[in-house]
Design a protein around this ligand. Structure first.
Ligand code: ATP
Ligand code: MG
Length: 563
């Protein structure tokens, strides 16, 4: 079965509704909601990665599918970790992926006033109280999975006293950790999240958006449902680790009496084999200078994938193939590679590039002659047209396409053997030159003018076809080859807990030659280099007169889509 048929088969499978679509359709049918409104709520504390792409495209896709809306919201309620630098990178990445929030870009920190009012409302209902317990005492009182918790000594304070204390908290009367506001729920609940969770804490910190206006900040489990309710979110999609928090989410929206309470739905995170996705690890690699920033092409941050040459379409396809599920599992990195290959195969021109050059001299070709050969850009997609490639007496070929003493079944160049120069003529190797170290520096051959490509020559056949670039007109370039940065076969971690890095994750080839047609290639332009893979112009290091190409992916793989 070809890869194409395989893909179509999988596509039809994906068409059946996932469990979130089923919930939404039921809600719409039963009139629980009359619209679909989703959001993507990142904390601006790092760059987004492929896992976030899944969440973004899922939320955006559902809104689009049901004619609803998609909000972009920075969940910036925690002043300790957030940095404004990340806000810009996150926006850029989401736009690039194609998820359009239109005019709905929000910051949770703009709701601090409403969150404060919500807390006051709970206090007035007798559903929240100010506690004097320290963080450690709260932990002690909380109980365990098998033992119920103990009541907070302050849980019976009067509404008036709680209101006064909470206002004092807001007005800076207390130091960090001196007082907290707790929801009054149930200290003996089997779900520990429901044992009077802390919903507000004192933190004398400057916030990137609200500055020093606040010295109390809401906890995530309290803030998030309020943010959703304020924005009219219907389906609040998050990952599995929040499943146990859902009763608290529901409690908050119920006690605050929102007329159209949002609903939390959890799905399994996307994990990829052989790569690091955890923000913690990526940060370590970046900070220790092991990689070249958050967009190092070996990473799977969205910025890195973009720089490496992945397209939004390939990531959309990948996310689609992953599907949405309730159980954790990891996806083979090869599936992501499959998606980019499929996307580029027919859409990109196929050019010739020589990564490890060795000179080929055609001794019987006229010295000053240059022929402009007509070459198809992509034989499988004629719409990409043709280009001219100059051909002359001196060419570069790849070192591995010549052998002095070939093994069996080696059909490329060796003394006495005839091969086809792709898009040009048949040549027969006549001799070669070595330097004093024994390294081959030049290969000599003769060509047969009768065998020109495109003239219908059928006189004889050759077994090998090799690519080349014209020595006089070729453009020098740097090419970077990548392998996964973590070698999973050898284990992700070393015994001492450090990451077990693949020493071959980056290979830099400085003396490559590419066809002259590539001289004008711009950042993010991508091409197939025949027999080598798909390559993209590096947006960070490539210069007009010093091209740098990243290998996105090799041409072939034994990977087939899972059934
Ligand atoms: P942190 O450890 O800082 O919380 P995070 O990766 O959870 O990191 P958030 O900014 O909180 O980062 O995530 C934003 C959204 O992306 C959340 O809704 C989260 O559930 C979702 N998300 C994060 N990682 C993945 C993943 N691997 N697969 C799918 N969704 C993810
Ligand atoms: Mg998070």
């Amino acid at each position: 079965m070809s890869e194409n048929e395989n893909l179509t088969e999988k596509d039809t499978e994906v068409v059946s509704k996932n469990f979130i679509e089923q919930i939404i359709e039921k809600d719409l049918a039963e009139g629980v909601y009359d619209t679909v409104h989703t959001r993507f709520p990142p904390e601006p504390n790092g760059y987004l990665h492929i896992g976030h792409a899944k969440s973004i495209l899922l939320n955006y896709g559902l809104a689009k599918e049901y004619g609803g809306k998609f909000n972009m919201r920075f969940d910036d309620t925690n002043p300790t970790k957030e940095r404004i630098e990340f806000v810009e990178s996150i926006k850029k990445d989401i736009q690039w992926l194609g998820a359009d929030w239109e005019d709905r870009l929000f910051f949770a920190s703009n709701y601090f006033e409403q969150m404060y009012e919500a807390a006051v409302k709970l206090i007035k209902k007798g559903k929240a109280y100010v506690s004097d317990l320290s963080a450690e005492q709260i932990r002690e009182y909380r109980g365990t999975l098998t033992e119920p918790g103990k009541d907070d000594p302050n849980c019976n304070r009067s509404v008036e006293e709680n209101l006064k204390l909470f206002e004092d908290m807001k007005n800076g009367v207390y130091q960090d950790g001196e007082k907290v506001l707790r929801a009054r729920i149930d200290m003996s609940s089997p779900n520990i999240n429901m044992r009077d969770p802390v919903i507000y804490r004192v933190a004398h910190m400057t916030h990137h958006n609200t500055g020093d206006t606040w010295c109390i900040y809401p906890m995530y489990d309290f803030a998030h449902p309020i943010e959703d309710a304020i924005e009219g979110i219907t389906h609040s999609i998050c990952t599995l680790e929040f499943e146990d928090h859902r009763p608290l989410y529901d409690w908050v929206v119920r006690e605050l009496e929102y007329p159209h309470p949002p609903k939390q739905i959890e799905f399994a995170k996307l994990y990829l084999t052989n790569v690091v996705t955890g923000k913690r690890y990526i940060k370590k690699l970046v900070e220790e200078g092991i990689v070249d920033g958050w967009d190092d092409p070996r990473l799977v941050s969205i910025a890195a994938l973009r720089r490496r040459g992945f397209t939004p379409r390939s990531i959309q396809k990948f996310v689609e193939l992953c599907g949405v599920s309730k159980s954790n599992s990891s996806v083979d990195y090869a599936m992501l590679e499959y998606c980019i290959r499929e996307d580029l195969k027919l859409s990109k021109p196929r050019m010739m590039a020589v990564l490890d050059p060795i000179k080929l001299v055609i001794d019987n070709y006229p010295e000053d002659q240059v022929e402009m050969l007509d070459v198809s850009n992509n034989l499988e997609n004629e719409a990409l047209g043709t280009r001219k490639v100059p051909f002359g007496r001196e060419l570069y070929i790849d070192r591995e396409d010549f052998m002095e003493e070939p093994p069996k079944k080696y059909f490329r160049l060796f003394p006495g053997n005839e091969v086809r120069l792709m898009n040009a003529y048949f040549v027969t190797c006549t001799s070669f030159v070595k330097d004093e170290t024994g390294k081959v520096t030049e290969v000599h051959c003769t060509y047969d003018p009768e065998t020109k490509c495109g003239t219908g020559f059928t006189g004889r056949k050759v077994k090998g076809t090799i690519h080349w670039v014209p020595a006089a007109q070729a453009v020098k370039a740097e090419v970077r080859l990548y392998e996964n940065i973590i070698d999973e076969e050898k284990g992700v971690y070393n015994e001492d807990g450090s990451l077990n890095l693949n020493p071959n994750s980056l290979t830099v080839l400085k003396d490559c030659y590419v066809e002259p047609a590539l001289a004008d290639a711009k950042a993010y332009d991508s091409f197939q280099f025949v027999r080598q893979g798909f390559f993209c112009v590096d947006a960070k290091d490539s210069k007009e007169d010093a091209l740098v190409f990243n290998r996105i992916v090799s041409l072939k793989s034994s990977y087939t889509l899972p059934k």
